[in-house]
Design a binder for this molecule. Structure first.
Ligand SMILES: Cc1ncc(COP(=O)(O)O)c(C=O)c1O
Length: 385
């Protein structure tokens, strides 16, 4: 299937009303019925029928159909944030007494949510890689959760390898695919059961949206759409769904530009004496590069570098010197952003997570690569001097 076409037009096969190239935004909290019986039937199938905005809405539904097609899943459910999708998905799969295996580094609030679940009797264990899974699995383990590339370190997980292991042990797998977008990596085709995304990053693309999605087979997505989605209330608004649809229209061209700029900036930093390491799976020197080439068709532009310093002050001075990278926490937008855990994470947490003081995360935007390279070169001058 042609992904460019999926991004632009899929799910929009209804006739274009008035010749409009964009679908209407259904700004409706409620939908009405001819008979009471019809309403009763609709309520039983509220993930598919339009009853009330907290269940679904035609604009949200269109965004869901497009995302499901692009990710090669049967169903998608959009949420009001990535964390909304992640917390609802994990909750739908575990009960009191269950255990979750977490492979590699994952987004901080995902770990926080797993810690929160401890008060309901759900425990979890972090493991570094597949080699440690056999000793960490318990009789009560139900779920294996991971990201690839991993959070902050951007290590690559062999997706087919880990899903084969999980299936062999009867575990459900959930993977956060936000880094790659469904354009560059399709985990469901490699055995992952459910894929989650923050839509707030590349898919939105314009830093004007917070949203999330879970994609997978109807047998797993339907129950959580009818239960956790309705009860937690992290519903996506039709306005945000329209932004998702708009983001998908330009995703292929934006991702091509992000990839090109990200790799150019990473290659420059890889050769710089002020930089100890560049964690970008698209670089041939990255330990996961061969696996990445096997399972991904492209690279986004979020990566980290380790500056050659042990000084928080020097890291802060580097960030402050940058003119084209703005200092901020998110990523995947049109604008380049920079962030350093040594400055934004509590010192004890940073040390426990094994994050070096000099680690800096870069989200390369759509500015010309030359401009960004010059900016980084000037900021690094102070550091090596
Ligand atoms: C990898 C990853 N997953 C999930 C999330 C959560 O998404 P949201 O901020 O939309 O809740 C983030 C947010 O930064 C993220 O970086």
């Amino acid at each position: 299937m042609d992904d460019d076409w999926i991004c632009g037009r899929l799910g929009e096969d209804e006739p274009w009303v008035l010749g409009a190239v964009n679908p209407p935004v259904y700004e409706n909290s409620v939908f009405t019925f001819e008979t009471a019986e019809e309403l009763g039937e609709a309520i039983k199938n509220e993930d598919e029928r339009y009853v009330y905005w907290r269940g679904t809405n035609p604009t949200v539904d269109l965004a869901q159909r497009k995302l499901a097609a692009l990710e090669r899943g049967e169903r998608a459910k959009c949420f009001g944030s990535g964390m909304g999708a992640i917390s609802a998905t994990i909750s739908s799969l575990v009960s009191a007494g269950d255990h979750v295996l977490v492979l590699g580094a994952v987004y901080g609030p995902t770990t926080q949510f797993l810690r929160y679940l401890e008060k309901f009797g759900v425990t979890h264990t972090h493991v570094e890689d597949l080699a440690h899974c056999d000793s960490a699995i318990r009789g009560s383990t139900r779920l294996l959760y991971f990201e690839s590339p991993s959070y902050m370190a951007y290590q690559v997980v062999d997706i087919a390898g880990i899903t084969a292991w999980a299936r062999g042990h009867g575990l459900v797998t959930v993977m956060d695919n936000t880094w790659s977008t469904p354009l560059f990596q399709k985990p469901l085709t490699m055995g992952v059961d459910l894929v989650v995304h923050s839509l707030s990053k590349y898919i939105g693309g314009h830093s004007d949206l917070v949203g999330g999605v879970v994609v997978g087979p109807a047998r797993l997505v339907r129950p959580l759409a009818l239960t956790e989605y309705q009860l937690y209330g992290a519903a996506m608004s039709p306005h945000d769904a329209a932004k998702v649809i708009k983001g998908l229209r330009t995703l292929p061209v934006r991702m091509a530009a992000h990839q090109e700029r990200g790799l150019a900036v990473a290659a420059f930093l890889n050769d710089h004496p002020g930089v100890r390491a560049v964690n970008h799976p698209g670089l041939p020197s990255h330990p996961g590069h061969a696996v990445a080439l096997r399972q991904m068709s492209g690279f986004s532009s979020l990566f980290s570098v380790e500056l050659d310093t042990e000084s928080r002050e020097k890291v802060a001075a580097f960030l402050d010197k940058l003119r084209h990278f703005r200092i901020g926490v998110s990523w995947g937008g049109f604008e380049s952003l920079v962030n350093a855990p040594a400055l934004s994470t509590e010192e004890s947490v940073r040390a426990t997570m094994g994050i070096p003081v000099g680690l800096v995360r870069l989200s390369v935007g759509l500015e010309p690569a030359d401009t960004l390279i010059k900016d980084l070169g000037l900021a690094l001058e102070g550091l090596v001097a």
